[in-house]
Design a binder for this molecule. Structure first.
Ligand code: ADP
Length: 387
């Protein structure tokens, strides 16, 4: 059993940097858990605390029920794979993979057997006598994984292990990793700054920002029910559109349209709330005469940019949003991208048959069922705590 329990751990470095605010997380035995967040949010710090390269300023870490908070890394039975996986260039694949077992003074026949077993698992069996220089990037990455796997650790910690690979290979290795993890059933924590990687790999994902966990959930939960504006914008590409909005009785006023407040949102708006931030994903804005058009709210735009991606077309357009004050402040704080004075840049994701042309007026339709509302001060999604 290698369930990992973090109990209120914090980390303040010697120079006073508060890298991790009180954090409690439980990672189940055998789970593939992803930590994602922008650079500097504390991902590596959290990983170093778990593996024992750093000690928490406060709190406890339990693995399989045992308190390991003060244990040295070598006594934690964890294997870490970094982005810069250094293989020994003068050793063959076999020797590289055998190295940690030799250090552990395993008998030679056992070492051979285990290396060959793991090599077969990673489809490296034909390459055992090669040196790293004669391997592709993906094969080298697999050797690095192999070196971690032969030790049969209770926990794998993977810190951006694929960032040195090109996009195609990264996708391939990601699938292999997921398959391998399902096979080995070893508790694994995978760290990345890349939300696509997180979404495609994770059974559960924790989104970190400024040393604080913003939300823990499945890819679907993060995408459909983000806890706050940060998660809403961080997950998904192109990012969720945000708009200043006003509630007047049962009406919702958006910069480009007015509509009845959608039923599911009614109970969520606290009494007296006037200003909110509305969020809508690009796929919930479609061509007015397209399949998403029925039942929606139609408005007219003049596309600034039409990006043809094959199956999808991204239509970039501006809407007038005079004095989008509340949004402005949050926009700066969250680094939500460009503001064009009183205009807001939005993106619709439409089908390949779209009539959209740059500079030509067109009608788009917004699907009210896709609307989310956020508090203008806290950035929390209205209803985030409801279910
Ligand atoms: P991430 O892995 O998400 O990029 P890190 O965990 O490396 O983030 O860093 C989190 C914060 O802690 C950053 O502000 C970083 O500058 C700071 N930090 C990391 N290591 C140290 C250290 N040894 N001493 C002081 N500050 C550090």
């Amino acid at each position: 059993m290698a369930e990992i329990a973090l109990e209120n751990i914090t980390k303040r470095y010697a120079d006073g940097t508060e890298a991790l605010r009180p954090t409690s997380l439980t990672i189940a035995d055998g789970e593939l858990f992803v930590l994602v967040g922008p650079s500097g949010c504390g991902k590596s710090t959290l990983l170093k605390l778990i593996v024992g390269l750093e000690r928490p300023s406060d709190g406890a870490i339990r693995v399989g029920g045992q308190d390991v908070t003060q244990r040295d890394p070598k006594d934690r039975n964890m294997a870490m794979v970094f982005q810069s996986y250094a293989l020994y260039p003068h050793m063959t694949v076999r020797e590289n993979m055998a190295f940690p077992l030799r250090l552990a003074k395993l008998p030679a026949p056992d070492i051979d057997a285990r290396v060959e077993q793991v090599a077969a698992l990673l489809e490296l069996d034909g390459l055992l006598e090669r040196r790293p220089a004669a391997l592709s990037g993906g094969q080298r990455q697999r050797v690095a994984m192999g070196r971690a796997i032969v030790r049969k650790p209770a926990v794998f910690l993977l810190d951006e292990p694929l960032s040195n690979l090109d996009a195609k290979l990264r996708g391939q290795m990601r699938n292999e990793l997921a398959r391998l993890q399902r096979q080995l059933r070893t508790t694994t924590i995978y760290v990345t700054h890349d939300q696509t990687e997180a979404m495609t790999l994770g059974q559960r994902i924790a989104v970190l920002r400024g040393g604080a966990v913003q939300q823990v959930g499945s890819p679907r939960e993060l995408y459909q029910r983000p806890a706050n504006l940060f998660v809403a914008r961080f997950v998904g590409s192109p990012a969720m559109n945000l708009l200043p909005a006003r509630i007047d009785g049962e009406r919702l006023m958006l910069p480009m349209a007015e509509l009845p407040l959608p039923e599911p949102l009614r109970g969520l708006v606290p009494q007296g709330t006037r200003e909110v931030i509305a969020g809508i994903r690009p796929e919930h804005i479609g061509d007015a005469d397209g399949p998403a058009g029925s039942g929606g709210v139609t408005f007219h735009v003049r596309p600034e940019l039409v990006e043809w991606l094959g199956a999808d077309v991204h239509v970039h357009f501006d809407v007038e949003a005079p004095g989008s004050g509340g949004l402005g402040a949050l926009q700066r704080e969250l680094d939500l991208g460009a503001e064009h004075g009183d205009r807001l840049r939005l993106i619709a994701r439409v089908g390949a048959n779209t009539p959209a042309r740059e500079g030509e007026d067109m009608a788009l339709t917004l699907d009210p069922a896709g609307l989310l509302l956020f508090d203008t001060t806290t950035g929390e999604r209205l209803g985030a705590h409801a279910a």
